[in-house]
Design a protein around this ligand. Structure first.
Ligand SMILES: *Cc1c(COP(=O)(O)O)cnc(C)c1O
Length: 427
């Protein structure tokens, strides 16, 4: 595979953009090598600047559950853009999108549209603090909630890939307001709550962790968080930026039947455009300006083009059997991968829920960050490059998820498994 054009672009990019990229994990620092520059995508495939073709399992890190350049989404974007890209005034689409979101997430009685998952989580935390008049929050080791100061503590893949679990530039006094518990460990949460009695504003959690690779909640974990927060007078925030519309139409809260006070959505909800949402029960959301005293705003919030993409996306996901189809494709991929690694004598642990999956290069079960941390990162790097060379584009980090889309066909899976078999033999 030739990468001459990508290489030239990367050299130019590095002069202008830190690391040549606009988001760190794109840089391939976690696996070595240089990133291909992508020109276009269609369905399950992407093409780089040297016209190499790949089967894509990154899917823009989660949004592209319908694959690349979905005709309905593309048309909606074109039509709206031709009428104007932004008005800074209410538009009909915002009402329509909010209504659609509410059919999926009844717990979001009111919501606010924003432009990124970071903004959604940052705002949800501010709102929880405003509502409870408390300052401390609890998050989980390995969960990522965007890059706002108070959430950039032990934040999973990005930091882990680069060996900076806690970012420079976050004042210790801010970080001190963020307490860190272990995922799937209710006792660690209980201890923090008791040591800070009356001080916890909220627990924020990825109900299915997907930013340290995919780690599923054990039976009772989410229910436990629900009862612990209720007892402590703290809010429970589900960060469903990845899981919303991914693991079910109604996200993890539907799948596990646990209702949070606040929910953050992003990625899929924007159809691949910059759009995210936070929302929850009306009494809490009434604290948000202009109704209440919690200030949060955005020039491009509820951007009409992004909203049009989101509406088209959600409409497409209302097609019957969509999640059954995703399950079928993903299950066949998982079964094939399991088989291949077993035959190759290479121990792996595969965590999967629906179209969200991670192959950990580690034999024992992976249930929290300390398990994740023990996986064989160099082996993943070799696997990653072997797959890339064979036209399969995986996340350039051992601590990320694979995203299967509705456009991945049985042929794509077959091709992926053939490549895997060849690569597994070299590990
Ligand atoms: C991606 C992600 C975010 C941040 O969203 P951005 O749009 O990248 O700011 C927050 N939480 C979770 C769970 C995510 O996966």
């Amino acid at each position: 595979m030739k990468h001459d054009t990508s290489h030239r672009l990367y050299e130019e990019a590095k002069k202008l953009l830190p690391g040549g990229v606009n988001s760190p994990v794109r840089s391939f620092k976690g696996v070595g090598g240089e990133p291909p520059f992508i020109l276009r995508g269609r369905g399950s495939r992407i093409w780089d600047a040297d016209n190499n073709e790949y089967i894509d399992y990154v899917g823009s890190w989660g949004p592209l559950i319908l694959g690349h350049a979905h005709p309905g989404v593309t048309l909606a974007v074109r039509e709206m853009a031709s009428r104007g890209t932004s008005f800074g005034a209410p538009t009909p689409g915002e009402v329509q999108l909010a209504q659609l979101i509410q059919t999926a997430f009844p717990s979001m009685q009111m919501m606010r549209l924003v432009s990124s998952g970071t903004e959604a989580c940052m705002s949800a935390v501010r709102l929880a603090r405003a509502f409870t008049s408390r300052s401390k929050i609890i998050k989980f080791n390995g969960c990522y909630h965007g890059h706002a100061d108070s959430l950039l503590v032990k934040a999973g893949s990005g930091g882990a890939t680069f060996g900076v679990p806690d970012s420079a530039g976050v004042p210790a006094s801010f970080a001190a307001e963020t307490l860190v518990a272990e995922y799937n460990d209710l006792a660690s949460v209980d201890r923090l709550i008791h040591a800070n009695a009356g001080g916890i504003a909220a627990i924020i959690v990825e109900p299915i962790a997907a930013n340290m690779g995919v780690v599923l909640p054990q039976a009772g974990f989410l229910e436990g968080l629900r009862s612990l927060t209720a007892e402590a007078g703290a809010l429970l925030i589900f960060d469903e930026v990845i899981t919303g519309f991914r693991v079910a139409w109604g996200g993890a809260q539907q799948r596990y039947a646990v209702t949070p006070d606040l929910t953050c959505l992003g990625k899929i909800v924007g159809g691949g455009m910059p759009l995210a949402v936070y929302g929850g029960s009306a009494d809490i959301m009434r604290q948000v300006a202009p109704l209440g005293a919690m200030y949060q705003a955005g020039t491009l919030s509820g951007n009409p083009v992004a909203v049009a993409a989101g509406i088209a996306m959600l409409h497409a996901l209302q097609t019957p059997k969509v999640y059954e189809r995703l399950e079928e494709t993903s299950a066949s991929l998982e079964a094939g991968l399991r088989d291949i690694f077993k035959q190759a004598g290479r121990p792996v642990t595969i965590n999967r829920i629906g179209s969200l999956m991670t192959v950990f290069f580690r034999q024992s079960p992976v249930q929290n960050w300390s398990d994740v941390e023990k996986s064989d990162v160099p082996a993943y790097g070799k696997f990653f490059h072997g797959m890339l060379d064979r036209g399969v584009y995986l996340a350039p980090s051992a601590f990320e998820a694979m995203f299967v889309s509705l456009t991945h066909t049985p042929d794509d899976i077959e091709e992926t498994l053939i490549a895997t078999k060849q690569v597994a033999a070299t590990l």
